[in-house]
Design a protein around this ligand. Sequence first.
Ligand SMILES: NC(=O)C1=CN([C@@H]2O[C@H](COP(=O)(O)OP(=O)(O)OC[C@H]3O[C@@H](n4cnc5c(N)ncnc54)[C@H](O)[C@@H]3O)[C@@H](O)[C@H]2O)C=CC1
Ligand SMILES: O=C(CO)COP(=O)(O)O
Length: 332
Amino acid sequence: MSEALPGGRRIAVLGGGAWGTALAQAMLRACHSVTLWARDAEMADAIRKRANPRYLPGIVLDAGIEATSSLAEALKGADCVLAVTPAQSLRQVLNEAKPYLAPAIPVVLCAKGIERNSGALLSTIAGEILPGTPIAALSGPSFATDVAKGLPTAVVVAAREESLAAELAALFSARNLRCYSSDDLVGVEIGGALKNVFALAAGAVAGAGLGASAQAAMVTRGFVELRRIGAAFGAKPETLMGLSGLGDLMLTCSSAQSRNFAYGLALGRGEALAGRPLAEGVPTAAIAARLAAEQGIDAPIISAVAAILEGAITIGEAVSMLMTRPLKTEND
Ligand SMILES: NC(=O)C1=CN([C@@H]2O[C@H](COP(=O)(O)OP(=O)(O)OC[C@H]3O[C@@H](n4cnc5c(N)ncnc54)[C@H](O)[C@@H]3O)[C@@H](O)[C@H]2O)C=CC1
Ligand SMILES: O=C(CO)COP(=O)(O)O
């Protein structure tokens, strides 16, 4: 399968959820040895027995993924670390991992979100906690179940140094996982973080029965907001047109397989929201709305999503607010 690939590295995966487990499986398929860290010892136990019944029910994992609830054990001798816990826990997890991390070992950020309290991108958090550590991000349209099953998937690996991004993309690629590389770390992060907010909105439009036309309009105008905020962060426009921006927007705004879309669907239908699976767009909507307001960026869909989530307005009120804004040219 991967004879031509570099392979043979020791990869530590931090996070025993759906994406951590799927990426561990993908790394194994790229011929690396993989140790996954799960906070919960029972989860580590299950993964060692080739299953993750809570987050990837029904999927039998390939033999060979090591799993542990000890960070020291997971990180010992690692050549590369994938950080795959939710965005809001990254700071805590990196602080806990720091004593066991050798400085030259790359850390690849695989979560999608913006820190709720600080507005920091995940690479900023990693840079603060691990100065001198090479930082990269992996993002793009990729449902964990698809990757865990080995379905063909393309993602982008970004780092400020193109050579690091290219090296990691080569390391991670295998027959069914094609990794492109990019030197636009911020652009890749922004695309992955903000698409979740629009997936919530798309789900809410579907759940409220507003129609396919409304959904297409919302996603298109949402993409305009994504590009405006991306530009403010210094993202390259072409990155946002790529896998991590437009690509992931297409995936998650059109499928109830997306937990963000499914959360929005429940919201639109007026169903209970407590206890639902992780929806990264919820904290990201709040902070993205605040950042846009502070920087004078016009982002009415993001602010509507944030206001609906905090219970300040209803979906009906958001729709009438969005539909009655002053008319303007499309490209303003
Ligand atoms: N599931 C998917 O299809 C994809 C997910 N992602 C991103 O990956 C990130 C993780 O998502 P999933 O693994 O799907 O979520 P998940 O809900 O399936 O699993 C999250 C895991 O993180 C653990 N966790 C939570 N807080 C923690 C903490 N403070 N310390 C240690 N462990 C902690 C949980 O116990 C759980 O094992 C998210 O940012 C998500 O947007 C990205 C691409 C695909
Ligand atoms: O990011 C994802 C696919 O690219 C997964 O999306 P959800 O977190 O909405 O399930």
